[in-house]
Design a protein. Structure first.
Length: 467
């Protein structure tokens, strides 16, 4: 009897004891591209590291972002090329497009990538912790009741799409939901003017959906160079996308047959099969940051300095949670540099956020680096800026009934004509940009481009022959 009582008290004592803290040199919150890249680089320096993730490995980019989006972009490209086959002499008839085929192939590919990411963590001897992370008052991180400590802690928890606070907004989907669609919607309304809205509207339109793009102003991509903004807007309309300018949704209702009715500031839209919100993203920062003194800005983004330091001691942040340059390669580059600084005695290493190249997978695609013409003039004055432009029809369309144009702009600072920005829209511009970005990053001038022999016949030669 006494022995049983002692056992019971011992068990009760164990159950009420605080959880044992598991220590790490480097604790990463977020199993996306930036967090994993930073953790794996740290592991190369002999650091004991762990990554916390509640979802699928790879984060937004791998699961509901860049990778599956690019698969669908290439699918849409096939739809466009099919229309051109007859002009090149091929007797090809399109019987139908089966959405389910590419969805299965795409989803299987993503699952393989999830496995590869998980496998890479294991190869690097990085512990995988599955669950939601929460900071505790003592500076630890708790997941599923277990506490973890880190000599250094990185927040790389990414972001999520915004859903507007209007009646019936739950009837719409976001870019995440786009990848859950089981079939091609007959009639789609995409709300937004940023690159996600432009890309998804272009994909759905090319594959055969009747697409309307609802924007608050007159053009899409308004934060890009004015040439890009105007040209992409024009190409969308030429391709058949209906642009609803100066329009906002007020209310969404679902009918008995399952279609949606949208009441907007300019009228009513009926028989909508798919409403897609693409109006921005917010950071995933519901982590108890106030318990460890990590400050956020007015939009909820974590405030960091040039070295990714937050206001919390030995706590860092990068990627979408910081609200700047929301691009996968940026998070990867910042994460690797951070690990070099923290664990390889490279005290001054940090990511240079100037001249970051990027691409929009519109139809045709956009490639851009550096400042816009408007930004250059505002900073240096119109008399110090020289702009070179070119608009032409790519050779591919020389024999096709369907036409798209290529627009190129180079912005130079006088008197040496240092290149401050390059902006392109056209077939192949997505692949062209990477090489030209190296030149701009190195401080190339217009003379350097002029001294480079052109590769003919290509679209890219236009940039080294501008006058």
């Amino acid at each position: 009897m006494i022995l049983q009582l002692l056992r019971t008290r011992f068990v009760r004592t164990l159950s009420t004891m605080p959880p044992t803290v598991k220590p790490f040199d480097y604790l990463v919150i977020g199993g996306g591209s930036g967090g994993i890249a930073s953790a794996r680089r740290a592991a190369e320096f002999g650091v004991k590291a762990a990554v916390i993730e509640h979802g699928r490995w790879g984060g937004t980019c791998v699961n509901v972002g860049c990778v599956p989006k690019k698969v669908m972009f290439m699918t849409a490209m096939h739809a466009e090329f099919i229309h051109d086959h007859k002009d090149y002499g091929f007797d090809v008839q399109l019987n139908k497009f089966d959405w389910s085929v590419i969805k299965k192939s795409r989803d299987d590919y993503i699952k393989r990538l999830n496995g590869i990411y998980a496998g890479n963590l294991e190869k690097s001897k990085i512990e995988k912790i599955v669950g939601h992370a929460q900071f505790t008052e003592d500076g630890c991180v708790e997941v599923n009741g277990q506490k973890y400590s880190g000599k250094h802690i990185l927040i790389a928890s990414g972001g999520r799409p915004i859903v507007p606070d209007i009646p019936g907004s739950e009837h719409g989907i976001t870019s995440d939901g786009f990848f859950d669609l089981e079939d091609l919607p007959k009639k789609t309304v995409v709300v937004g003017a940023g690159y996600i809205a432009v890309e998804l509207a272009g994909i759905l339109n090319a594959l055969g959906s009747e697409v309307s793009l609802m924007i608050r102003y007159d053009k899409v991509l308004r934060t890009f160079d004015s040439m890009i903004s105007s040209a992409v807007t024009e190409e969308l309309e030429n391709a058949g996308v209906k642009i609803l300018r100066q329009t906002q949704t007020k209310n969404v209702t679902k009918t008995s047959c399952g279609t949606l009715t949208l009441d907007t500031t300019t009228g009513q839209i009926t028989d909508v099969n798919c409403l897609l919100w693409a109006i921005g993203r917010v950071p995933n920062v519901e982590l108890g940051l106030e318990k460890v003194g990590v400050e956020k800005d007015a939009k909820g983004n974590i405030i960091v300095d040039a070295f990714q330091n937050t206001s919390g001691k030995n706590i860092y942040a990068l990627g979408d949670v910081c609200g700047r340059a929301l691009l996968t390669p940026v998070a990867i580059a910042a994460g690797r540099r951070l690990s070099h600084r923290l664990f390889n005695n490279e005290a001054n290493l940090k990511l240079d956020y100037d001249n970051i190249p990027t691409v929009v997978f519109s139809h045709p695609p956009v490639g851009t680096i550096g400042v816009t013409e408007e930004e250059a003039v505002e900073k240096h004055g119109a008399d110090k800026i020289k702009v070179y432009k070119s608009v032409f029809t790519p050779m591919y369309h020389a024999v096709t009934e369907r036409k798209t144009k290529c627009h190129m702009k180079m912005i130079c600072l006088l008197p040496k004509e240092k290149i401050l920005g390059i902006h392109m829209l056209g077939s192949g511009c997505d692949e062209m940009m990477q090489g030209f970005a190296v030149a701009v990053k190195m401080g190339a001038t217009k003379a350097h481009f002029d001294d480079t022999v052109a590769i003919h016949p290509t679209g890219s030669e236009e940039l080294v022959t501008m006058r």
